[in-house]
Design a protein around this ligand. Structure first.
Ligand SMILES: [Zn+2]
Length: 407
């Protein structure tokens, strides 16, 4: 890694802006307010020092850069030079010259020249891999306000990539909180850890960090990955549009609940019913909160406390899940358990083969004794039982086609 320190006049960065990428994924998405942008420009006009920028040179001819640190500041500068916002209404004058509420084009000529010539300190990183740059970025940010998920986002690895992909799932379009500081990735990482463990566990930052380390080689097509996607797909079908009841703290509970139901109960085609129950639950809960303390249902009060403190701990998650499950089974009737027995055993398979004389019930082909499938007539995932009466014989090809169609 080689780092060259240079100074760049603002005017040069502005004219070369098409070659300077401020939209790399090293950093948080743009969250600066106009007031923050105005403050930066105000500082520059006063000749104050602006902290160093880090750019990664990604191409030599023509020279192109990825901004590693300073994306928001650079964007704020360019937007001002492009007259997209004015200085603050209450800005004090600079050396006796008014600047309040002025756009760049309205500044006094001398001030404009000063602004254009203002030199940014830029450390240009050359000859280094993305991984090295990310590592450096993490270190630069240590001890600053960079939150845990932002640090995880800046890592390298297949687990990191998979979680980025999950955070873009359409389900997150329906939630009622924004994605500032990688909130969706944070929740996606928690979902991932819960499914990997196969039980309710702690999903605090240190647990998530350990997962990113341990599962660097995570296979995005593994059965765990597919299971997570299946639950998200179901949640997305439950809530096809923005839903105010989907809050930061309850999405993870809902994920646990649906995972458990999917594993043990027949919930196909019941998305709407389950969504209605959840919305009703949240409304009852909100009404409970409005009552005077002495009239409140104590179970709801405890539930409320568990959603307010240490929410990423296994104890809180378990309590909330039990509470939700209880409520669900009181209000949603006839949830039918799946047959705990998933596969036909050897005796059942043989009886089914003899019953159908080895003939595939789809294509009519005669199957060899050692090459046929005992298939659930009513699919197991729809509550079909693993009993001879619900079994039929299929050849391997027809069975595969049926499997693909019901997925
Ligand atoms: Zn067949």
């Amino acid at each position: 890694m080689e780092i060259n320190k240079k100074t760049w006049p603002l005017s040069t960065t502005f004219s070369l802006r098409s070659r300077i990428n401020t939209d790399t994924d090293y950093q948080r998405p743009a969250v600066w307010t106009t007031a923050q942008k105005q403050m930066l420009m105000d500082s520059i006009l006063r000749g104050y020092d602006v902290p160093k920028f880090y750019w990664h040179k990604v191409s030599k001819k023509p020279e192109k850069y990825d901004v590693v640190d300073g994306q928001q500041r650079l964007r704020a500068i360019w937007e001002f030079m492009d007259n997209q916002y004015a200085l603050a209404k209450d800005a004090d004058s600079v050396d006796g010259v008014e600047i309040a509420h002025k756009f760049c084009k309205d500044l006094e000529p001398d001030q404009r020249i000063q602004l254009e010539q203002y030199a940014l300190d830029v450390a240009v990183i050359e000859d280094s891999s993305d991984e090295e740059v990310r590592e450096m970025f993490l270190r630069l940010q240590n001890g600053t306000s960079l939150k845990a998920q932002e640090k995880r986002h800046a890592r390298v690895g297949r687990m990191r990539d998979f979680i980025c992909e999950l955070a873009n799932h359409s389900f997150f379009n329906s939630v009622h909180f924004d994605n500032s500081r990688f909130t969706y990735e944070h929740i996606a990482a928690q979902m991932c850890l819960l499914t990997l463990r196969g039980e309710i566990c702690n999903v605090k930052d240190r647990d998530l960090n350990a997962m990113y380390d341990d599962k660097r080689d995570f296979d995005p097509n593994s059965s765990t990955a597919n299971q997570i996607k299946k639950v998200l797909k179901y949640l997305s079908a439950m809530f096809p549009a923005k839903t105010p009841e989907l809050k930061r703290y309850n999405v993870i509970s809902l994920y646990i609940l649906i995972s458990e139901l999917m594993e043990n109960y027949v919930i196909k085609d019941r998305e709407k019913e389950l969504a209605d129950w959840f919305i009703d639950f949240e409304l009852r809960r909100a009404q409970e909160d409005l009552k005077p303390a002495e009239e409140q249902n104590s179970a709801f009060v405890t539930y409320h406390e568990k959603t307010a403190h240490s929410t990423d701990g296994a104890d809180s998650l378990k309590y909330r899940n039990n509470f939700l499950m209880d409520d669900l089974f009181q209000h949603v009737k006839e949830l039918c358990p799946k047959d705990p027995k998933r596969l036909f055993d050897e005796v059942q398979r043989r009886v089914i083969y003899r019953k159908y004389n080895g003939i595939c019930q789809k294509c009519g082909k005669k199957c060899e004794w050692d090459n046929y499938q005992a298939d659930h007539i009513k699919p197991w995932s729809n509550g079909g039982k693993t009993i001879i009466e619900n079994g039929q014989l299929l050849c391997s090809e027809c069975n595969q086609k049926k499997g693909a169609a019901t997925c």
